[in-house]
Every structure is written in C-alpha cells, then in structure tokens.
Design a protein around this ligand. Structure first.
Ligand code: NAP
Length: 290
C-alpha cells in the first residue's frame, strides 16, 4: 500500500475556501493510477497571507501548486516568472517550482478550455464566440479563443466598463478583435453573429444559484449553436437545459476542469496524465455530494 514518505513530492491547491475543491481527488487518483510517489493537498490560505504562502512553496520543497479563487491575481507579485499566457490573462492558476526554487506562474485554464472544446470535436478557429462574464475565467477563455483563431470574440458583462477593460487588455496583448456589450440588454444583438456561447459567470452554480441561468428565457437560441457552461456543479445546469430545449448542443464545465488539471499535472511531473481516471475521480466526488 502507498503511504506518504520522505521522498513523496508535494503539490496542492491554494484557495479560500478550498475544502470543496475537486482537485485533490482528481490529482491523487492520477498519481495512484500511475504509481507516482506524489501527493496533492488542499491549502487553505487566507487572503492576507498569500505572499507568505507562495514564498513558502519553495521553502517547503513543493513541486508546485494550483491557485483558485480568490488568489489567482494576488499571487502574481510573489512569482519570479510568468508564462506569456499568464501575463496576457493577468491570472495564474498553476505555479511550478524549479529545482533552484524559482517560481513560474502559468494559466492552464486557457489550455484546458481549448483541449476540452477540441475533445468535444469543436474547432475554435473561425468560430464567433460570445462570452458571458468578464472575470478571471472569462479572461482565460477569451484569450484562448482569440489565440486559437476565433474572431471577433464578444464579451458581455453586467458591468460594461469591466467588459471593455478586458477587451482592451486582450486586444493589446494579442492584436485580436474583441466586441463588448452589457448583460443582459445587449445579448440579443451580440448573439446575432455568434455561434459559440460561453457562460463564464457563476450563474447556475450550486448551491446559491443552481436554478438560475445567465440566458433570458425569452431569448431564443439557434440549434446550430454550441453552448459551453463553465459551471460544473450541477453537471446539468439550467443553461444546458435551455440549450437542449432549443435543439442546441450544450457542454458542461467538468471537461475543462479535468483538462486544466491535466495540463498542470504535465507541467509538474513531466508525465502524461490519465485523463479518464481524473474525470472519473471528479464524477465520483460530485456523486458522493448529491
Ligand atoms: P469571477 O472572477 O468572480 O468572475 C465572475 C464574473 O461573473 C464577473 O464578470 C461577474 O460580474 C459575473 N457575474 C457574477 N454574478 C453574476 C450575475 N448574477 N449576473 C451576471 N454576471 C454575473 O469568477 P471566475 O473565476 O471567472 O469564475 C466564473 C465561473 O466559472 C465560476 O462558476 C467558476 O466555478 C467557473 N470556472 C470553471 C472552470 C472550469 O474548469 N470548468 C474554471 C474556472 C472557473 P461582476 O464583476 O459584475 O461581479
């Protein structure tokens, strides 16, 4: 039987709160499946101690860490390097610690979203996406889609200033075209040209908003659309039910979660992760909570 020992490599996830995270179950299942002497732990880091925690990773001999809400931006000043993706997105979800203790921040949400989209058989190049929300996940998705050849990328947020700020920053970083609008007033206009709708707001997420949708009931969806909901709890959101009712294709956020984790796993271990094992571990953890 495997036990944690003196040679066990450590990784973890920093968040506040972090107890609900599926990442420990997902990564530990992958380590076990490959027989790797690694362990992944939840790291509950209060907002005023982010700097201490990030610097402590190298001191404690961690190989790296994931970073989740609300620390994805706050960790940046404490890192030595950022990848071009993390730099352009302005948020870090994965830290890699080099053997000499240097900390590099990356963002695998972007790559994870694209990997899942492609696994679902959807090529982003040439798509015209409409992203709902202008927070951290929206930034990663908008960057990923722009880099993958989708143009223009439209961003709709309830605060138009935030949508414009995001569009300007990504345009400056990537040279791609971005459109903006207010949520929900401008949805109908922006949706006219779109063929891939991405919900990057928490609307629809359990437990507080489980019966809500960011898409107004009165607004039709076209059957040729793909509706991608980043929310993965519950797996069948109201938005996905709306998509089905209009004959459109709906995809939930669990695949992105698995693929962003798989990309982080690869960065830390240099080994190809067992994606199916990781997905199953997440599904089992979600089922055990129902
Ligand atoms: P965030 O940084 O807090 O951003 C949330 C965005 O949603 C903001 O633009 C916010 O607007 C907007 N919003 C919140 N409530 C809203 C409402 N009632 N109506 C309209 N807009 C609303 O959060 P995040 O990190 O981007 O995460 C967003 C969602 O994506 C979460 O559900 C998260 O679990 C999910 N996510 C999934 C994955 C995955 O792997 N599947 C990865 C990352 C995130 P304001 O700025 O005006 O508040």
């Amino acid at each position: 039987m495997w036990t944690i020992g003196g040679r066990t490599r450590l990784v973890g996830v920093m968040g506040w709160p972090v107890a609900h995270s599926l990442s420990p179950a997902m990564h530990n299942a992958a380590f076990a499946a490959l027989g790797l002497d690694w362990a992944y732990v939840p790291l509950a880091v209060p907002p005023d101690r982010v700097g201490e925690a990030v610097r402590g990773l190298a001191a404690l001999g961690f190989a790296g860490a994931n970073v989740t809400v609300p620390h994805k931006e706050k960790v940046i000043p404490f890192l030595n390097h950022l990848t071009p993706a993390a730099q352009a997105i302005g948020a870090v979800n994965t830290i890699v610690v080099s053997p000499d203790g240097e900390l590099t921040g990356d963002n695998t949400d972007a790559a994870g979203f694209l990997a899942d989209l492609r696994e679902e058989g959807i090529e982003p190049n040439g798509r015209r996406p409409l992203i709902l929300g202008a927070g951290g996940a929206a930034r990663a998705v908008a960057y990923a889609l722009g880099q993958a050849g989708a143009e223009p990328v439209a961003i709709a947020a309830r605060d138009l200033t935030k949508a414009r700020r995001l569009a300007d920053a990504l345009h400056a970083a990537t040279g791609k075209a971005f459109l903006t609008g207010r949520l929900p007033e401008d949805l109908s206009e922006l949706a006219r040209e779109a063929d891939l709708i991405v919900n990057a707001t928490p609307v629809g997420m359990a437990p507080h908003q489980a019966d809500a949708s960011p898409w107004p009931e009165a607004l039709a969806m076209r059957p040729e659309w793909v509706i991608y909901d980043l929310v993965y709890v519950p797996t069948e959101t109201r938005l996905l039910r709306q998509a089905r009712a209009h004959g459109a294709r709906g995809i939930g956020g669990l695949g992105m979660l698995v693929h962003q984790g798989a990309a982080a796993f690869r960065l830390w271990t240099g080994v190809d992760p067992p994606i199916a094992v990781m997905r199953r571990a997440c599904e089992e953890r979600l089922r055990s909570r129902e």
